[in-house]
Design a protein around this ligand. Structure first.
Ligand code: B4P
Length: 197
């Protein structure tokens, strides 16, 4: 049973590593970004609302995002744990997640933060723009996303540090190396938590 968050700046490798963690612990990786993108590509009413916000590198509104996560966490595949990728991103989302977990009587095991400097992540996103052609990987949106992250999301890391949940991992280097670092750091964290109880 594992309930995890994965955080880090846009381009730090959250989505990439979330897949590996999901397979390793056999828990669903729930990416708000992926869910929004699927809605955009299917042209759903939600997709029509979020398309421009995402293309401009902004954040989708808290109410919409919180509702989406609340409903997703009611699905059966989340009974034995989950990994949230890219959520929460604002203080309001942190508070909402706290409320939802409180109602379910569950708690987080760890909050994984991938550390990567701006130059590296911006370079990765420019590369992805060429490879995948994502709407929000244009230079203006990449800049907007980084600024938004620094202003609204990075401060949340301290909140989780104060709660003793933060597990920071260096996100630079080959994908496989980062994955190994993540599993080692999570094992270490679980051991420390176990010892303190
Ligand atoms: P996300 O889908 O979360 O997009 P992201 O921050 O760019 O992260 P992503 O997971 O795609 O990138 P990754 O770091 O894995 O969000 C997209 C948009 O959705 C947001 O801007 C916002 O508009 C909206 N949204 C989502 N959640 C929201 C919320 N909670 N509230 C409000 N709005 C929300 O990977 C980046 C690239 O690096 C990839 O190409 C990957 O292949 C590469 N890479 C990964 N690891 C690497 C490594 N070790 N070395 C080299 N390259 C690597």
């Amino acid at each position: 049973m594992m309930r995890l968050l994965i955080m880090g700046p846009p381009g730090a490798g959250k989505g990439t590593q979330a897949k590996k963690i999901s397979e390793h612990y056999n828990i669903p990786a729930i990416s708000t970004g992926d869910i929004f993108r699927a809605n955009v590509s299917q042209g759903t009413p939600l997709g029509l609302v979020v398309q421009k916000i995402m293309a401009d590198g902004g954040y989708v509104g808290d109410d919409i995002t919180n509702d989406l996560v609340t409903n997703r966490l009611l699905e059966d595949d989340t009974n034995d744990g989950w990994l949230l990728d890219g959520y929460p991103r604002t203080l309001q989302q942190v508070e909402h997640l706290d409320d939802v977990m409180g109602e379910h009587g569950v708690h987080l095991d760890a909050v994984l933060c991938l550390v990567a400097d701006v130059d590296e992540v911006v370079q990765r996103l420019h590369l992805r723009a060429v490879q995948e052609g994502r709407d929000d990987d244009n230079p203006d949106a990449i800049r907007a996303r980084q600024e938004k992250y620094l202003l609204e999301t990075e401060p949340l890391i301290e909140t989780y540090r104060e709660r003793g949940l933060l597990v920071e991992v260096d996100g630079l280097g080959p994908v496989q190396d980062v994955t190994v670092r993540i599993f080692n750091a999570l094992d270490q964290h679980a051991k420390l938590v176990g010892e303190s109880h």
